[in-house]
Design a protein around this ligand. Sequence first.
Ligand SMILES: [Zn+2]
Length: 358
Amino acid sequence: MRAVIRRHGALVVDHMAAPVPAAGQVLCKTLVCGICGSDLHALDHYDHMIDMTAQMGGFSHMKKGADTVFGHEFCCEVLESGPGTDGRFKPGTRVVSTPGLITPDGFEAVGYSSRIPGGFAETMLLSEMLMLEVPNGLSSEHAALTEPLAVGEHAVIKAGVEADHALMVVGCGPVGLAVIACLKARGLGPIVACDYSPERRAAAQAMGADQVIDPAQSSPHDSWAALGVPGSRAEGVVAAAQGKSVRRPLIFECVGAPGVVQALASAAPAGTRILVAGVCMETDRIEPLVLITKEIELRYVLGYTAEEFAASLRNLAEGVTGYAGVITSVVSLDETPQAFTQLQTDKSQIKILVAPGK
Ligand SMILES: [Zn+2]
């Protein structure tokens, strides 16, 4: 079969052996698979990711120097159920799954393994017990957004958002937009969103952000007062004494680059909670005294639960979120290496889907 393979630090389109289902696994045809920011990171920071995962006892089976096929945001069509399955998914059924494969040796991260292909290939293996049928009528492209939307769902739940929070989303890539979509689906707000890219700001607005800011033009932190957040502790004490309602600042960091957390902590009001959903792959520096003095609260999150994943599929199928607007193009396997480069350099692109059959 054909696949986009990470080989010696670059992506190549080549042939490889099609996978064979083991016990409990189902062979599927990959219909579409989204390119994730983590795929861009994994291409460039491959060895570092392996070292860090090993240090943390993770279950990624990427091997240094070995071929790896990325892709974990997929929608597939069932081809053939393997041994030890109950055949509950008939051939032709469209499915999604959390990107984990149960193997005789344990759990394998789909899209971060040198032993099984991820979604940038013509076929892949899924575990029958983790598969969910795409509800009637939802397009394969939109179903492939289940995974990135679940990341937003998880971030919003972990942030512990309450009605008196003033919300800011920093970075309107696929993660930031998923957060906005999930906040809006819950009727939460107001939301201030900021991004340097006009296309990403427009997408944020389409997803329901109440105010969008170009950080090149003005600081998003100028918005706090208008959102009802006191500028200082003293101001907060006075406002409370006067019986005024005040809001608590909560920022979703959806950039994932060195220096962003510290810059936010420095500029945000005292008492801000920062939910870090961006995935920074490099060593970062924090000036603790700034965070201590301002009692900045940091929360780091990753991934989602099976329940959050299933809820995201339902929300997409029932039109609860406007997240489908995140898709900016659909490319073939041959066009995929170029799409990676484009996502790294051209921020007018947001979510590019790979359709191996295209
Ligand atoms: Zn992802």
